[in-house]
Design a binder for this molecule. Structure first.
Ligand SMILES: [Ca+2]
Ligand SMILES: [Ca+2]
Length: 422
């Protein structure tokens, strides 16, 4: 019993040691390897560790089997020894049967128990043998799998190398693409700035187009109006051409008439010379008559001075204010009741003046300022006409008219000089 336990414990310890050694070796292997190994390599190494573990299991099974054989041999030896002892004891028992009968029974029991254990161990050995065969088949399958995995590891290693090269090429391409992206970003910025400047130019051009469109519309309207004017002018030119033709014919006829008139002018010039000579002689007579008139006027003035004193106011006033002016100077507006006085006054008056005659009190009934009636009149032609809406009530003397026909009725508010008589 103790030996069996010892072998079993030794066997387990040995297996666990081998397993630990395999795991530790795996661990050391993992520790010593570069951490950058791929997952596939790690997996292959794990598989290698497992195959070593399987070898250890097989080895431990063989050892266990050998121990079982040693155990069986020991049991046989023990059995022989016990048999011998029993024979000795039987001898002794024969010698002292009563005393050894108990020991015989005890040994018999031990033998029975050992036989029982022997049977159990044999059964155990058979089970372990079957288990060993099973483990051997498992080991074979595992070896097969190991070969397959090694092949796969090789394939994966080759694939890894290929992937590594692809990764390198992709990294290179990535760098190239990054450079390309930078270039494209720079190009994009340049295009963005170009786009902004082009947009600005587009807006300016649109504004310019609007201005030009407005200008074009204005020019079109101007062109239309000018075209209209041109048509009008063309019509006018046609009319003027027609008129010119008409005038040309008129000019020709007038030129003819001019020649005739020149002939007539020559005749008239001769006649005019004759008339000029007659005029000169008449002018001589006129001057002589004027001298005569002047001498007579002087005589009349002297005569008038003998009869009264006249003077003309210095300011332009209404009829009433002119009369007041005369009164302020001790006189009144003049009263004319004779042809001689009319002639005398008209001879030294150079502009229209108020005289002392009006119909202010009763329309149509003329009275002098001394309330005397009007007997002798020197009205201008068509006067008095009470013109201006029937408001002409005061009388003026107009030296520009004939001497004996120079009275006129005018509105009294008109401002004129007045001729006063003292
Ligand atoms: Ca009147
Ligand atoms: Ca009048």
């Amino acid at each position: 019993m103790e030996l069996v336990n010892v072998y079993e414990s030794d066997n387990h310890e040995t297996c666990s040691k081998y397993n630990k050694m395999g795991l530790n070796r795996d661990g050391d292997t993992y520790a010593n390897k570069d951490r950058k190994l791929s997952y596939t390599e790690e997996r292959a190494r794990n598989q290698r560790g497992l195959s070593i573990g399987n070898k250890c299991v097989v080895l431990s099974t063989v050892c266990f089997s050998l121990m079982c054989i040693f155990l069986v041999a020991a049991i046989v030896v023990l059995h022989i020894k016990l048999t011998a002892e029993r024979e000795v004891q039987a001898t002794h028992m024969l010698q002292s049967s009563s005393r050894d009968q108990k020991e015989k029974d005890l040994l018999q029991n031990s033998f029975s128990s050992l036989s029982q254990k022997n049977l159990e161990l044999e059964t155990r050995v058979k089970g372990l043998t079957a288990e060993k065969d099973q483990l051997q088949s498992i080991s074979s399958s595992l070896s097969q799998k190991k070969l397959e995995l090694e092949t796969k590891v090789k394939d994966l290693t080759a694939e890894k190398s290929q992937l590594q090269s692809i990764f390198s090429s992709l990294s290179q391409k990535k760098l190239e693409l990054e450079t390309r992206v930078k270039d494209l970003t720079t190009e994009k910025d340049q295009l963005q700035s170009s786009f902004s400047s082009l947009s600005q130019k587009k807006l300016e051009l649109e504004t310019r187009v609007k201005d030009l469109t407005a200008e074009k519309s204005q020019l079109q309207s101007s062109f239309s109006s000018l075209n209209q004017k041109k048509l009008e002018l063309e019509t006018r030119v046609k009319d003027l051409t027609t008129e010119k033709t008409q005038l040309q014919s008129n000019f020709n006829s007038l030129n003819q008439k001019k020649l005739e008139l020149e002939t007539r002018v020559n005749d008239l010039t001769a006649e005019k010379s004759q008339l000029q000579r007659d005029f000169n002689s008449l002018n001589e007579k006129k001057l002589e008559l004027e001298r005569r008139v002047t001498s007579l006027s002087e005589e009349l003035k002297k005569e008038a001075s003998k009869r009264g004193w006249f003077f003309v106011s210095t300011e332009l006033k209404s009829w009433s204010d002119s009369r007041q002016y005369c009164r302020d100077h001790g006189a009144d507006l003049i009263i004319i009741k004779s042809e001689e006085k009319q002639r005398h006054i008209s001879s030294f008056i150079s502009e229209s003046v108020w005289i002392g005659l009006s119909d202010r009190e009763n329309e149509g009934i003329m009275k002098w300022v001394d309330n005397s009636k009007l007997d002798q009149v020197f009205w201008a032609t068509g006067q008095p006409d009470n013109y201006q809406g029937g408001n002409e009530d005061c009388i003026e003397l107009m030296p520009s008219h004939p001497i004996l026909e120079n009275w006129n009725d005018r509105p009294c508010f008109e401002k004129k000089k007045g001729i006063c008589e003292k």
